[in-house]
Write a new protein. Structure first.
Lengths: 289, 372
């Protein structure tokens, strides 16, 4: 290929990627750079900003007991939510990928996606009514005689957050798991069986290790949004206060934008580190190679 | 075969390239046109005759009140811009948002005056000014250096307690709401000033706006000890009302009397009280921004909202205390009693909502309280 052809190819590629570049610049890079700049300025409540370089917002975020506790709690809830979703999604994905013939599994996944068409806030509000003291869940448990008094654990609590996120995020875990389990060659199962493995050891020695990229992607799809989630904790979490709530409150109510920006950047850095680890050690790259 | 395929791909590539370029041109054209339209009122501000930009609570835009205004002044074109909280309003104004009229409350008014955002209101242009209660006309917070900066349009009580009578026997003191028997049943307003003042009353402080760092720490400890009774720190009245109606919550601390009125109209036994007679009053109104280029329109707008029709509407539909004395006098005694609308004399009996001198510290302490 001569130089002229290479140049033409580059210019055509550049032209094709121009819409994406423009979109990302306006809606992602410029806002992100603005947040980064703000995070290094001095801020005080009620939108008082002094444009002098300082690291105090980051120092405050990483050293103050309040933000440390919120950061740890947010991580714990995000991981707990992921584990609950994984425990629910994996059997469904396994069943659809391995037990269901043809493309029926894909059709069932499309059905699972339908509730997501409903407005996010309406879904959360619906759960408030289902999980409340006189909600459907408690009424059912009392009707079945399983409990005498309504259970308070389900409303305005951390379990309520996990239940609502489970409903919202389940398809995002099922899809990558379904794809990875489905892509495992049938010959590997046959070889394992021929070599004397039973179904359980085939699962633990073939299916599970080879589906880890799907698990990693599911983790990213759940962990990253959960780290910044603020609406669900605010609506069904009672007095639970997570990192997303801290950031929203600092931006909108207290008005300390530099501290809110430093918290946001710290959140982004955390998720980037987690992503790096997953891509490096769990073979996520295999999914798109 | 490969040559044919290559030619075909090349042809498709060229076609795609043309489509991409056309799409970019169309999108750029639409974006440029839209941006021009958006920037018109804020940057160049070419004001058509009678154009008025208002930056107000949603209350001022409801059709029942707004439509008669536009009919009354057909040459006045009003552009409504809504804010949902005062910090949001302040942030937008500090960010350079331009408008003629703004609707602050008494606690945020000093901030707007000190930021040099407001201009004095010309009383001679307000035909309804003298119909406002004398005590409200003379309310010190709305004046600065002998100049009027806010025309009060509504007032009332907040930071009282609303409770379900079928679940709670009575609330007589502020300490009562922290009774361990109400585990996970109490809603506390998520507002640093009101939240801290309520706990200060529960602890017996007489002058809650003058709390020292030590007092604030004591209040933080108090909240920590009684965290079990709190269901959540609520943000909106509608949410609090819904939680009380569903039975998940029994007590709202930091509410106005309207909550119990609405709950009772839904058939729920509820009561509003000011424990020990202690509560916080609110007073809101309309101000003219310094950048206003339509003073005539701004004064017409303000004068309309203190006239009888809109004042009557807000008193009956929103249960706001009318600042127009004629309207207040026409409200039947029974309606006043059931709706909890109080007279203007109450404003001097309860605590005014102001900023404490060490507000930053209050905000930090409240953040710790909310985060637990």
């Amino acid at each position: 290929m001569n130089l002229e052809k290479i140049r033409r190819k580059i210019s055509i590629n550049l032209l094709y990627s121009l819409p994406a570049i423009i979109y990302l610049t306006i809606f992602f890079y410029i806002p992100l750079i603005t947040i980064i700049v703000y995070s290094f300025w001095h801020g005080e409540p009620l939108y008082r900003v002094v444009r002098t370089f300082t690291l105090e917002n980051y120092v405050k975020f990483y050293t103050e007991e309040l933000s440390q506790n919120i950061f740890i709690l947010t991580n714990l809830i995000s991981i707990a939510t992921f584990l609950v979703i994984l425990a629910t999604a994996y059997p469904i994905a396994y069943f659809l990928a391995r037990m269901v013939k043809g493309d029926t599994g894909l059709k069932i996944i499309l059905l699972i996606l339908i509730p997501l068409e409903m407005n996010y806030l309406i879904r959360v509000f619906a759960w408030r009514n289902l999980l409340g003291e006189n909600g459907l869940l408690n009424s059912l448990l009392m009707f079945l005689g399983l409990v005498e008094q309504p259970l308070t654990i389900f409303f305005h609590s951390i379990p309520a957050i996990i239940i609502v996120v489970l409903h919202n995020a389940l398809p995002y875990a099922i899809i990558p798991l379904y794809i990875t389990i489905r892509s495992i060659p049938e010959s590997l199962y046959q070889a394992a069986m021929d070599l004397g493995s039973n179904r359980i050891s085939v699962f633990f020695r073939v299916t599970l290790p080879l589906s880890m990229p799907g698990v990693a992607i599911a983790f990213l799809f759940i962990y990253i949004p959960m780290m910044g989630e603020f609406a669900i904790p605010a609506l069904v979490g009672g007095k639970t206060y997570l990192l997303g709530n801290l950031i929203v409150r600092q931006y909108l109510t207290i008005g300390n934008w530099p501290y809110a920006s430093a918290s946001t950047i710290s959140l982004i850095l955390t998720t980037l580190i987690v992503m790096f680890i997953l891509f490096k050690f769990l073979g996520v790259r295999r999914l798109y190679e | 075969m490969w040559r044919t395929y290559y030619k075909k791909v090349k042809g498709v590539s060229k076609l795609l390239l043309i489509i991409v370029i056309v799409v970019i041109l169309i999108v750029s054209g639409i974006a440029a046109y839209t941006l021009t339209q958006i920037q018109t009122p804020t940057t160049s501000r070419i004001i058509s005759p009678g154009k008025l930009v208002v930056f107000v609570w949603e209350d001022f835009t409801v059709p029942d009140v707004f439509d008669p205004l536009t009919k009354k002044y057909p040459t006045l074109t009003i552009e409504n811009n809504i804010f949902t909280s005062q910090p949001e309003m302040l942030a937008k104004l500090m960010g350079g948002f331009k408008a003629d009229v703004v609707s602050p409350c008494i606690d945020f008014l000093p901030r707007l005056i000190e930021q040099d955002m407001l201009q004095p209101i010309d009383l001679a242009r307000l035909s309804n000014w003298n119909n406002i209660f004398k005590s409200i006309r003379e309310y010190p917070g709305i004046w600065r250096d002998g100049k009027l900066y806010m025309v009060p349009t509504a007032f009332g009580l907040q930071a009282g307690v609303t409770y379900r009578k079928d679940k709670v026997s009575s609330i007589n003191s502020w300490a009562d709401i922290f009774n361990p028997a109400y585990k996970n049943r109490v809603l506390i307003l998520n507002d640093a000033r009101i939240g801290i003042v309520m706990a200060a009353w529960a602890l017996g402080y007489e002058h809650p706006w003058n709390l020292t760092s030590r007092d604030l720490q004591r209040i933080a400890e108090f909240y920590k000890e009684h965290r079990d009774v709190i269901l959540k720190f609520y943000e909106s009245d509608i949410e609090a009302r819904e939680l009380l109606a569903s039975g998940d919550a029994w007590i709202i601390a930091g509410s106005g009397p309207a909550q119990s009125y609405w709950l009772m109209s839904e058939g729920i036994e509820a009561e509003f009280v000011l424990p020990e007679g202690k509560g916080i009053g609110w007073l809101c109104g309309l101000s003219i921004l310094k950048a206003s280029e339509n003073l005539e329109g701004a004064h017409l707008y303000i004068d309309y909202f203190i006239s009888e029709d809109p004042q009557t509407y807000y008193a009956y539909e929103w249960l706001y205390g009318p600042t127009n004395e004629n309207v207040f006098r026409k409200i039947p005694e029974e309606k006043l009693k059931e709706s909890g609308i109080v007279g203007p004399e109450t404003l001097s009996e309860v605590l005014p909502l102001i900023d404490p001198p060490n507000l930053d510290e209050w905000l930090q302490v409240w953040e710790k309280i909310v985060a637990g």
